[in-house]
Design a binder for this molecule. Structure first.
Ligand code: P71
Length: 461
């Protein structure tokens, strides 16, 4: 009889320190939300019970990482922690040259400035806010070449992060390869809902880009989560470790930008990694202008040490199974409650389809922003808008109208328990029960760049 009992995953760690949380009343949350202009980015974190704003920089470090922090070599130049980080990036990811940066966008800035010329086009498997902005600031234009399935929240294709080779080929034909300095390929596509790219698609991209002499730059922020999905879903990878799959992914690309605040389990840090000596030389020179000397890049020695250790932990099969397992647990709970979410469930969070949740609110009245505010009001759970507010405006001033209008319930790594997941799903379920009574918002303050961070809203009557 025992053979019918399933074997659950569980966390491959235990707790030895906890952070106490403040519980709030409905009246307190209502006030906090008004003061924050209905923007969850503007809430004070002490007014938040469960913080699902982002998985960026919010993970719990291990005792080993904290021990590493104590071994920070805070020399201005040539800290041994830098050499440790360099060795780990070379060994685990396989890139030849490494430049630390304070976080992902620091690497994006340097890379975009070096590779992009005015009038260039950068194809990518869906935009990411900071990545696209740095491409535009460098004089380039982003062009989306992700497969159409990625824009459909209900399509259950297992690799919705794939690039569409026909779209890429058409673009190369139209613009000419000389106008395409690189293609920007993210593993675990964030804005699509944490959806993976397949190894097959990557290999095909490699063949096509090599033919035209175009580089592939890898946004490897969540590469380990992508590798886990390849292991679970792609033929021929079931018996490979996440570590092996990560290395293979990187081998089909020419360089990478990394926000180590996600997969790599640190609160701050990132890097730029390249295989090309000339690009490295320029980047090593440029980093001193924007970040700091090339052996610290805006980080303390202790931060580089925590990153070097975190990278090693991030590619453990046991870790990643529990990490993604927790996200899937939450997603399945929401599906049981009938809540419309992006399918398949992604690697770093559950993405609720606000167009499906609040079908009576037009996109101009910010359904995802509204839903994020309502969830906070109900339970003190903080989520993030990933829809029309995040998409921003084109350079001609018109709004982008993204097909996906989502609220992201992002799960920090190694931080919350299964009971927290239950509370979160129940909150979404409660708000869903009275969804037809919810009204939209109007934007009353709009910053020029990355408006979602600081925009303010008022309730529509
Ligand atoms: C996330 C973040 C952090 C963020 C950034 C912008 C708006 C809201 C939240 C950051 C990423 C990312 C990818 C795929 C590059 C960066 C920038 N994500 N690529 O998801 O997801 O890295 O934040 O370290 O500068 O909450 P950085």
């Amino acid at each position: 009889m025992n053979k019918h009992i399933k074997r659950s995953w569980a966390e491959p760690y235990k707790m030895k320190m906890v952070e106490l949380l403040k519980m709030t009343t409905s009246a307190q949350r209502k006030k906090a939300l008004q003061q924050a202009g209905y923007n969850t980015f503007l809430l004070r974190s002490e007014d938040v019970y469960i913080d699902l704003l982002t998985d960026s920089g919010t993970s719990a470090m291990s005792d080993r990482q904290w021990a590493g922090m104590m071994m920070g070599d805070e020399a201005y130049a040539g800290s041994w922690n830098f050499y440790h980080l360099e060795e780990v990036v070379k060994n685990i990811y396989g890139y030849k040259y490494v430049i630390p940066t304070h976080q992902g966008r620091g690497a994006e800035n340097i890379l975009s400035k070096i590779l992009i010329k005015k009038g260039d086009v950068i194809p990518g498997n869906m935009y990411f806010t900071t990545t696209r902005l740095h491409q535009e600031l460098a004089g380039g234009r982003f062009e989306d070449i992700i497969i159409d399935e990625a824009h459909d929240p209900d399509n259950e294709f297992p690799f919705k992060g794939n690039a569409d080779l026909n779209k890429l080929q058409r673009l190369i034909k139209k613009k000419g390869a000389k106008k395409i300095p690189y293609i920007s390929i993210a593993t675990s596509v964030n804005m699509a809902g944490g959806q993976p790219i397949s190894m097959k698609n990557l290999k095909e991209l490699r063949v096509l880009t090599q033919k035209h002499g175009i580089r592939i730059i890898h946004d490897m922020t969540r590469v380990a989560e992508n590798a886990y999905f390849i292991q679970q879903r792609e033929k021929g990878y079931q018996n490979k470790s996440v570590k092996e799959i990560v290395k293979e992914i990187c081998s089909y690309t020419d360089g990478a930008t990394m926000s180590a605040k996600k997969d790599a389990l640190v609160n701050i840090g990132g890097f730029l990694a390249v295989n090309d000596w000339d690009v490295f030389e320029e980047a090593r020179n440029m980093v001193v202008v924007y970040e700091g000397l090339h052996t610290y890049g805006g980080l303390a020695g202790r931060d580089m040490e925590a990153m070097a250790i975190g990278i090693g932990e991030s590619i453990s099969d046991d870790h990643i199974r529990a990490r993604v397992g927790q996200v899937i647990y939450l997603g399945e709970k929401m599906l049981d409650l009938g809540i419309p979410i992006v399918k398949p469930i992604g690697g770093h969070g559950v993405f609720v389809n606000a167009k499906g949740f609040l079908p009576h609110i037009p996109q101009n009245d910010f359904p995802a922003q509204t839903l994020a505010a309502e969830i906070y009001l109900d339970s003190g759970v903080r989520t993030m808008e990933r829809g029309i507010v995040s998409a921003g405006r084109k350079s001609n001033g018109e709004n982008y109208y993204p097909k996906l209008e989502l609220v992201r319930f992002t799960i920090p790594r190694r931080v919350y328990t299964q009971a927290h997941m239950d509370v979160i799903a129940e909150s979404a379920g409660r708000v869903y029960e009275h969804c037809e009574k919810i009204k939209g918002l109007k934007m009353v303050y709009e910053p020029k760049y990355l408006r979602f961070f600081q925009a303010r809203f008022e309730k529509l009557n």
